[in-house]
Design a protein around this ligand. Structure first.
Ligand code: ADP
Ligand code: MG
Length: 454
C-alpha cells in the first residue's frame, strides 16, 4: 500500500502543483500589468491636463502654478520648450535629453509612454506635447517614482506566498487522504488473495459501491466463497466415500473371520457367503459409480450418440425390469408413442432410466404403481418416470441430485443405495444436452421428467 499510495500521491501532487503554479504565475503577471497600466494612464492623464492648461497660458505664472501642484505628489513634472531646454522642473531629471533623442521629434498629441520598465528604472515616465497653432512649442514630462509599485508588488508577493503555502498544505493533506482511500481497498484485496493463497478462504471484503474496485472486490469475494464451497464439498465427498467403503468392508471382514475361524453348518456357511457376495457386489457397484462420476468430472466421458427407436428401447427395458416389479407386487406400466426416435447413447440412456426405475422399485411398496412414459413434447422428447410410492419431503427435494445425498440415511442403505444414482442421472442427462426435473409429494409419489432434443 505504501508504494501505491505514494505513487498516486506523487502523481497527484505534481499535477496539482503544476496547475497551481501556472495559475498563480498568470494571476501575478496580469495583476502587475494591469496595475502598471493604471499608473501609466494616470500619469499620462495628468501630463495631458497640464499640457491643456499650458496651451491656454504658456507663461511663467502658469508654470509656477503647475510646479506647485506637483510638489506634494510622488510624481514630478518637467516642462521644456521645443528644443528640450528645461523651462520648469519640480526636480532634476537629466534623462530628458536621452528621451527626446529617442523620440526623433514626433510625439502624438495624446502623448506617449517614455518609460515603463518599473523593475529596473527609478521612474516610469510619459510625455505630452504642447501645441500652439499646429506647431509643437514644448513638452510636459511626467515622472513617477517606482517605489510605490515595488512596495505594492512586495505586498502582493507576500500574499501569494501565503496563499501558495496554504493551498500546498491543503493539497498535500487531501492527496494523502485520497490516495490512502484509493489504495486501501486494493491493499485489502491483495491481503485477501494472499490469505486465499495460504488456503484460508474466510475472506470478508467490503463490496458496497458500484465502481470498478468494488466489482473487483466482489469478484474476489465470489472466488473465495466458491473455493471455500469446493473445499467443503471435497471434504464431505471424501468422508462420504470413506464411510461408504468402510461399511461393506467391515461386513466382509467380519463374516470372513467367522467363516475362517468357526466350525459352521453348511447352511450358515451359505448364509454368510451370500452376505459377503452381496456386500462385494455393493462395493463394486459403488466403485463403478464413482468411476463414472470421476470420468464425467474430467469430461473424459464419451457419449456415442446413435439414432434410437424409442419403442423398441422401452420394450427391452420393460422386459428387463418386469420380474423385479412383479416380485414386489408393484404394477409396472409402460407407454410409448409410436415412431419416436432420439439421438442418444443407448447404454447411457438405459443407465439413466434403470437408475430412476430402480429408485421407484425401491421406494414403492406392494400395491403401488410405476409408470414409464415416452412422448413428444413440442419439438422435444419427454420421458416420464412416475411412481405412487412414498415420495420425497419438500425440503429434501433440492438436494436429491447431490452426490451421496439420501433422504433417510440409514434406511436407504438397507436398499443398497449409496446416494450416487441421481447424481449420475443428472450428469448423464446433461451430457446428452437434456434437462431433468423432479416433482414429489410425500406419501403420494414422485415424478421425474427428462427432456431431450429429438
Ligand atoms: N422414486 C423415489 N421415491 C422416493 N424417494 C426417492 C425416489 N428417487 C429418489 N429418492 C430419494 O432420493 C435419494 C437419492 O436417490 P439416489 O441418488 O438414487 O440414491 P440411492 O442410492 O439412495 O437410491 C434417495 O435416497 C431417496 O431418498
Ligand atoms: Mg438410487
Amino acid at each position: 500500500m505504501k508504494k501505491l499510495s505514494l505513487k498516486l500521491g506523487i502523481i497527484f501532487f505534481i499535477t496539482l502543483f503544476c496547475i497551481e503554479t501556472f495559475m498563480m504565475f498568470f494571476l501575478h503577471v496580469s495583476l502587475t500589468n494591469s496595475r502598471l497600466e493604471e499608473e501609466l494612464t494616470n500619469l499620462q492623464t495628468t501630463g495631458n491636463s497640464h499640457r491643456t492648461i499650458l496651451e491656454q497660458n504658456f507663461d511663467e505664472e502658469t508654470l509656477a502654478h503647475i510646479l506647485l501642484m506637483e510638489s506634494k505628489e510622488n510624481t514630478d513634472v518637467v516642462i521644456t520648450d521645443h528644443a528640450g531646454t528645461i523651462l520648469a522642473a519640480s526636480s532634476v531629471h537629466p534623462e530628458i535629453q536621452v528621451y527626446l533623442k529617442k523620440l526623433g521629434g514626433s510625439v502624438p498629441y495624446s502623448g506617449r509612454v517614455l518609460e515603463k520598465n518599473w523593475q529596473d528604472e527609478k521612474y516610469i515616465a510619459t510625455i505630452s506635447p504642447i501645441v500652439k497653432q499646429q506647431k509643437p512649442v514644448g513638452y510636459v514630462f511626467m515622472f513617477q517614482n517606482t517605489d510605490s509599485i515595488h512596495a505594492l508588488m512586495e505586498r502582493l508577493n507576500k500574499h501569494f506566498l501565503i496563499v501558495g503555502l496554504v493551498s500546498g498544505l491543503v493539497t498535500i493533506v487531501v492527496i494523502i487522504v485520497l490516495s490512502r482511500k484509493l489504495a486501501q481497498p486494493l491493499m485489502a484485496m491483495k491481503e485477501a488473495t494472499m490469505k486465499m493463497n495460504k488456503g484460508d478462504f474466510t475472506v470478508a471484503l467490503s463490496t458496497n459501491g458500484k465502481d470498478e474496485l468494488s466489482d473487483l472486490a466482489h469478484a474476489i469475494q465470489q472466488l473465495s466463497d466458491d473455493l471455500n464451497h469446493l473445499r467443503e464439498e471435497r471434504k464431505e465427498f471424501l468422508s462420504s466415500i470413506a464411510h461408504e467403503l468402510r461399511t461393506p468392508i467391515t461386513f466382509i471382514k467380519g463374516y470372513t473371520d467367522i467363516l475362517y475361524k468357526r466350525d459352521l453348518t453348511e447352511q450358515d456357511r451359505q448364509k454368510y457367503l451370500s452376505i459377503i457376495i452381496e456386500e462385494t457386489n455393493r462395493l463394486s457397484r459403488l466403485i463403478q459409480d464413482l468411476f463414472d462420476l470421476a470420468k464425467m468430472d474430467e469430461n473424459a466421458f464419451v457419449i456415442n450418440k446413435e439414432c434410437l427407436q424409442l419403442d423398441e428401447f422401452v420394450t427391452s427395458i420393460e422386459a428387463k425390469l418386469n420380474p423385479a416389479f412383479q416380485e414386489k407386487e408393484i404394477h409396472f406400466f409402460v407407454q410409448c408413442e409410436k415412431g419416436l426416435t432420439l439421438m442418444a447413447d443407448s447404454a447411457r440412456l438405459e443407465q439413466i432410466i434403470l437408475n430412476l426405475l430402480n429408485n421407484a422399485l425401491t421406494y414403492c411398496s406392494s400395491g403401488d404403481a410405476t409408470y414409464l412414459m415416452v412422448k413428444r413434447h413440442h419439438h422435444l422428447i419427454k420421458i416420464i418416470v412416475k411412481d405412487t410410492g412414498k415420495g420425497i419431503p419438500k425440503k429434501e427435494l433440492p438436494y436429491i441430485f447431490e452426490r451421496f445425498y439420501r433422504v433417510e440415511k440409514s434406511r436407504t442403505r438397507a436398499h443398497g443405495g449409496s446416494g450416487l444414482g441421481l447424481a449420475i442421472v443428472r450428469e448423464l442427462v446433461h451430457a446428452h444436452g437434456g434437462e431433468v426435473t423432479v416433482m414429489s409429494e410425500e406419501n403420494k409419489g414422485t415424478t421425474f421428467e427428462l427432456l431431450f432434443k429429438g
